[in-house]
Design a binder for this molecule. Structure first.
Ligand SMILES: CC(C)(COP(=O)(O)OP(=O)(O)OC[C@H]1O[C@@H](n2cnc3c(N)ncnc32)[C@H](O)[C@@H]1OP(=O)(O)O)[C@@H](O)C(=O)NCCC(=O)NCCS
Length: 166
């Protein structure tokens, strides 16, 4: 009898770099991030190359992966406590709550580790903006184009969560 696939979440490790780099390459394409030039997508791939990731794993504030049957299908990274740099979920698994789980867990850990932190920020693409909005991020900029990247800055004020106001 076939066993059901097992989904788990764990901190990212140096050995994951090649799999995470591959995930970012197949997730950040013109299909999923419309309006971005090939060069700007490539710059995201370069920023998440194996070498760059190995370096960032020791420096990032928070990084974790979603693993399904030993395959990395999701990744989240906070470059700094207040700055969510990237969330990527394999397109074959979009809409199954994996991005939400990665984000919720990350916010819980980052908030507990940084009790004085007031606000989280992220650059949201046109497609990912509803995802962040659903999780309590609000636009703090218009949609802008910078170096062929189209995004808006969004922020989440943490105190309402902490105080139970929201
Ligand atoms: C954005 C992303 C990480 C979401 O991951 P996911 O696992 O598909 O998200 P979830 O299944 O947890 O979705 C949660 C909610 O967000 C919303 N959502 C997610 N992706 C969305 C999209 N592309 N467009 C509109 N809404 C979206 C859905 O409404 C969903 O709500 P529902 O549960 O009521 O249906 C994923 O689509 C992705 O990797 N996109 C490409 C890379 C990217 O743009 N990353 C973000 C910029 S750094």
């Amino acid at each position: 009898m076939n066993e059901a696939p097992v989904l788990s979440f764990r901190p990212a490790a140096t050995d994951d770099a090649a799999h995470v780099a591959s995930l970012v390459q197949r997730t950040f394409t013109s299909n999923h991030v419309p309006g971005w030039s090939i060069e700007s997508l490539r710059s995201i791939h370069d920023a998440n190359s194996v070498e760059a990731l190995v370096g960032s794993f020791s420096e990032a504030s928070y990084q974790s992966v979603a693993v399904l049957d030993k395959q990395i299908i999701g990744y989240i990274s906070f470059a700094k406590p207040h700055l969510l740099s990237i969330v990527a979920v394999d397109a074959a698994h979009h809409g199954q709550g994996i991005g939400s789980s990665l984000l919720r867990d990350a916010i819980d850990v980052v908030e507990k580790a940084n009790p004085a932190l007031e606000v989280l920020q992220v650059n949201a693409t046109e497609r990912s903006q509803p995802f962040y909005a659903k999780h309590g991020f609000y636009p703090i900029s218009p949609m802008i184009n910078v170096l062929d990247r189209r995004f808006m800055r969004m922020a989440m004020w943490l105190r309402p969560r902490r105080m139970g106001w929201a």
